[in-house]
Design a protein around this ligand. Structure first.
Ligand code: COA
Length: 259
């Protein structure tokens, strides 16, 4: 059975499902390889406009790195795993398409780190997010401390890291991490509602705005504002930019062609 299962929820919407429910979808080395291949395929296919990440089983999105692998690892293997995770998570963050992370249940350690690389988080009411590596005598290694700091600030991040606290769905919503919290039985519809909305955003604009949020975050405000205007001026000159304006004035749906 594949550790990653692919399906298209609708044309243009690719779901990548972590499919190791008996281990709460823990990120074993083979699973990470399949995950990267799935991301590559979805990134390369121009027909795929939105990516959805989800965990199988209903109990967890992903419960983190595979702790069983950690036990038998030599130091060099451990380091190789961490470097690979960091690289794959960075690639995920840089995908020029909207990535929706749908979290039913636990998103812990590497699972939360993956979520922090996504664009829109939809949580079931039972979701719990955390970085509990400190309880293992370790610390996160896939960018989690730094992305969390930037996402929710020092004090909320300290609560998760130093008290090992998990964020409830309600708290994640209050902190601005979650876009939506829904009952578990409404997750499918909530995912589709967001994904369909993403399909209405011009793909070139989506890619550029993702880059702006990422690069602007660590840049000075003046540099970031200049970057923003460069993006807008470039988009205005694209065929899709003109199509969007024409379609609005002609009261029709735009046909974006990524040109
Ligand atoms: N790595 C490897 N196996 C894991 C795992 C992980 N990160 N998380 C869960 N599993 C396995 C469990 O060992 C168990 O396997 P088993 O049935 O063969 O014993 C199975 O998944 C179910 O998990 P279990 O612990 O029995 O479920 P629970 O409901 O009692 O607890 C959690 C759920 C998420 C609280 C608990 O599994 C947990 O703390 N996981 C580790 C989270 C973590 O520290 N992540 C960061 C890793 S660096």
């Amino acid at each position: 059975m594949a550790l990653i299962e692919l399906s298209d929820l609708l044309p243009g919407i690719r779901q990548i499902l972590f499919n190791r429910p008996e281990k709460l979808n823990a990120l074993s080395t083979p699973l990470m390889h399949e995950f990267e291949a799935a991301l590559d395929a979805a990134t390369a296919d121009p027909a795929i406009r939105v990516i959805v990440l989800r965990g199988a089983g209903g109990k967890a999105f992903v419960a983190g790195a595979d702790i069983a692998e950690y036990q038998g690892n030599k130091r060099a293997e451990f380091i190789a795993y961490q470097l690979n995770s960091r690289r794959v998570f960075d690639r995920l963050e840089r995908i020029g398409k909207p990535v929706i992370c749908a979290i039913d249940g636990f998103a812990l350690g590497g699972g939360f780190e993956i979520a922090l690389c996504c664009d829109i988080l939809i949580l079931s009411e039972t979701a719990q997010l955390g970085l509990p590596e400190g309880r293992l005598g370790l610390s996160p290694g896939g960018g989690g401390t730094q992305r969390l700091l930037r996402a929710i600030g020092k004090y909320a991040a300290s609560d998760l890291l130093l008290a090992g606290w998990r964020l409830s769905a309600e708290r994640a919503l209050a902190l601005g991490i979650a876009a939506d919290v829904v009952p578990a039985e409404d997750m499918d519809e909530a995912i589709l509602r967001r994904a369909r909305a993403c399909l209405k955003i011009a793909p070139l604009a989506a890619a550029e705005m993702k880059r702006l949020l990422r690069e602007g975050q660590d840049a000075g405000i003046e540099t970031a504002k200049s970057l923003e205007q460069e993006v807008l001026f470039r988009l205005y000159s694209t065929a899709d930019g003109q199509e969007g304006i024409d379609a609005f004035l002609e009261k029709r749906d735009p046909q974006f062609r990524m040109e």
